[in-house]
Write a protein that binds this ligand. Structure first.
Ligand code: PEP
Ligand code: MN
Length: 346
């Protein structure tokens, strides 16, 4: 039979049309072989199906789908591999500086402003969130803004400041990298590198960030399907970087009354599909501060391994995302409440 090669697995079923001729069936079988795959035809009275075994990476199903006599193609296994629980059944734990663990039995709380604006601002927020129990500090230094006229971030100076303040208060930092030009400063200063929703499918950026070997926080694109999200994660794991945490941050739908919709369906599904830790961002999902706590509760109850939440000392003066930022006072209330909803709690 087949060789003892782990890459040989059932990957596809080709359903032939009822009217397909023997020549058509033989042609499909030959093309499957030409792809270095193994065809296993079953001849029914009315229909022929061809099972295909082999290495998924050898398959280009689009080539086969258009052959004469092919009615339908059914994929047996998910086309991504390293991210999937089929590949690795135990959940991955991602550690940041040995202090913080994603995927363990305690939710990780990342808090901080949307953007680093000044030393005074980031210090006040870092001190406040640390005292209230946050595990990590967030803050954008390079901001991917929808409008070119909006605050674009402090750049490398902002990242250095974030690191300096994070170190002062014992908080590992996470910040978004938007360009391969900035890889050097991220390598030097970031404890974890965020890939933002707008760059989830920027494959050049994500592979180069992955190669730095630092922990990566990959946010789901606002219009990305679960499969597209998993493929983006696969790019990162393929670079040999296993320190990957996913983030559900809300998707776009017909509903316009909130900024986005926190897609907890997909989050719960991803917990089954993948072994990677996943956290929830209620701030960008809601777009308004008064929905942040209920969304965080729901995310943790549905299986999230943590929360990333925007907190500002003066949200009414924030240079970005003030509307969705918690104050330090409301973050204090949040910390008394939301972590209790973590699925492992009690
Ligand atoms: C952010 O975290 O501030 C941000 C820009 O997030 P997203 O990429 O999810 O919009
Ligand atoms: Mn923001």
């Amino acid at each position: 039979m087949h060789t003892n090669n782990s890459l040989i697995e059932p990957i596809m079923i080709i359903v032939m049309d009822k009217n397909a001729t023997k020549e058509m069936v033989d042609h499909v079988i030959q093309i499957v072989k030409d792809h270095d795959l193994i065809p296993e035809p079953s001849y029914g009275t009315t229909r022929i199906v061809i099972g295909v075994l082999g290495d998924r990476s050898k398959l280009r199903e689009g080539n086969i789908a258009r052959l004469p006599g092919v009615k339908e193609i059914l994929l047996v296994s998910k086309p991504y591999k390293r991210v999937s629980r089929e590949f690795q059944s135990e959940s991955t734990l991602v550690k940041i500086n040995d202090d913080v663990i994603f995927g363990d039995n305690k939710p990780v709380i990342i808090a901080g402003p949307c953007g680093v604006e000044s030393k005074e601002q980031i210090r006040t927020i870092a001190k406040g969130v640390k005292e209230l129990g946050a595990d990590m500090l967030r803050g954008g230094a390079f901001k991917p803004r929808t409008s070119p006229y909006s605050f674009q971030g402090m750049g490398a100076d902002g990242l250095k400041l974030l690191k300096e303040v994070g170190d002062e208060f014992g908080l590992p930092i996470v910040s978004e990298c938007v360009s391969t030009e900035d890889l050097g400063v991220f390598e030097k200063y970031a404890d974890m590198i965020q890939i933002g929703a707008r760059n989830m499918q920027n494959f050049d950026l994500i592979t180069k960030v992955a190669r730095l070997g630092k922990p990566v926080l990959l946010k789901r694109g606002m219009s990305a399907t679960v499969d597209e999200f998993m493929f983006a994660a696969e790019y990162i794991l393929n670079e040999g970087n296993k320190n990957l945490v996913l983030c559900e941050r809300g998707i776009r739908t017909f509903e316009q009354s909130t900024r986005n919709i926190l897609d907890l369906n997909s989050m719960a599904l991803i917990k089954q599909v993948s072994h990677l830790p996943i956290i929830v961002d209620p701030s960008h999902a809601a777009g308004r501060y008064d929905l942040v706590t209920p969304l965080a509760r729901a995310g943790l109850a549905a299986g999230a391994d943590g929360i990333i939440v925007e907190v500002h000392n003066k949200p009414d003066e924030a240079l970005s995302d003030g509307k969705q930022s918690l104050t330090l006072e409301s973050f204090a209330e949040f910390m008394k409440d939301a972590p209790k909803y973590h699925h492992y709690h009690g």
